[in-house]
Design a protein. Structure first.
Length: 276
């Protein structure tokens, strides 16, 4: 598995450096290849054998090894430029897709710096305060009965009303089923419970009162349940000071996304679009 991951990573990095080169190609004299130690070092790092347990720094390589790296770099560079001349970047959808992704990254990384105030961050929090709510949490146990015919329902109602353990042992114990998920739920949020039961059943569970007694029965898509509710907490709004760092991260991300959209629309406006 490790070998496969390393090989895949090597292929990805190799492809990435070629794609970066394609992005910068328009600024190069296509008949001139510039070589220096920095270029060869980067090329060596990206294309070295990742499965080799011993890593040798570029500066520690022999002259023969560096000469081989140089020859390999020249071959790759020539083939890359020839591929551009042949229009292969337009033919291969994978390369075209990666070029588009790299172009978007380049635009995003070169957006003009923005100044913003604490008031702007606070205003963003106020507009998006629903994103910073701690969901209600609940702790309960349940006993599940897949067969929920009328007899079982009546027995469950009687047991819940009387809490008669002997009655349960004699009439219901041998009818208990294994629930597909969990028997005990501790400090779980509403969305988690909803994923295990259903919207309707979850609302019924959250409407119960805390009690040491079994409650129900409640119906779910799977069958019948009796519930013992230990604790429940209401959803709470997290204050600005508590989540300020989270707000700032989202605020900057949203501003960058908006800035990227504007810059991309500017680029698109430079093109004539023809619908055939």
């Amino acid at each position: 598995m490790k070998k496969k991951v390393l090989t895949t990573l090597g292929i990805f990095l190799g492809t990435l450096i070629v794609l970066v080169g394609l992005l910068n190609e328009k600024n190069l004299d296509t008949n001139t290849i510039t070589i220096n130690d920095n270029i060869l070092n980067n090329f060596y790092l990206v294309n070295r054998n990742l499965e080799d347990p011993i890593f040798v720094q570029y500066s520690d390589l022999s002259e023969i090894q560096i000469a081989l790296i140089r020859d390999d770099y020249i071959k790759r560079e020539v083939l890359k430029r020839e591929a551009l001349d042949w229009g292969l970047d337009k033919v291969d959808p994978i390369i075209s897709s990666r070029l588009a992704q790299l172009g978007e990254q380049f635009l995003a990384n070169n957006l003009p710096e923005e100044d913003f105030s604490e008031e702007m961050i606070k205003s963003f929090y106020d507009e998006n305060s629903h994103l910073y709510i701690d969901d209600a949490k609940i702790t309960f146990s349940h006993i599940f009965f897949r067969n929920n015919d009328e007899e079982i329902i009546n027995d469950l109602i009687f047991y819940v009303q009387t809490q008669n353990q002997q009655f349960f042992n004699n009439n219901l114990l041998n009818k208990v089923s294994v629930f597909p998920y969990q028997k005990n739920y501790a400090q779980r949020v509403e969305s988690f419970i909803r994923g295990h039961f259903s919207e309707k059943t979850t609302k019924e569970i959250f409407s119960l009162k805390i009690s040491p007694k079994w409650q129900g029965p409640i119906q779910s898509p799977y069958g019948s349940h009796i519930i013992k509710l230990s604790s429940i907490s209401e959803a709470t709004q997290r204050g600005y000071d508590e989540v300020r760092d989270l707000v700032l991260t989202r605020f900057i991300s949203e501003r960058k996304r908006a800035g990227l959209k504007i810059e991309l629309e500017k680029k698109i406006s430079n093109y004539q679009i023809i619908d055939n």
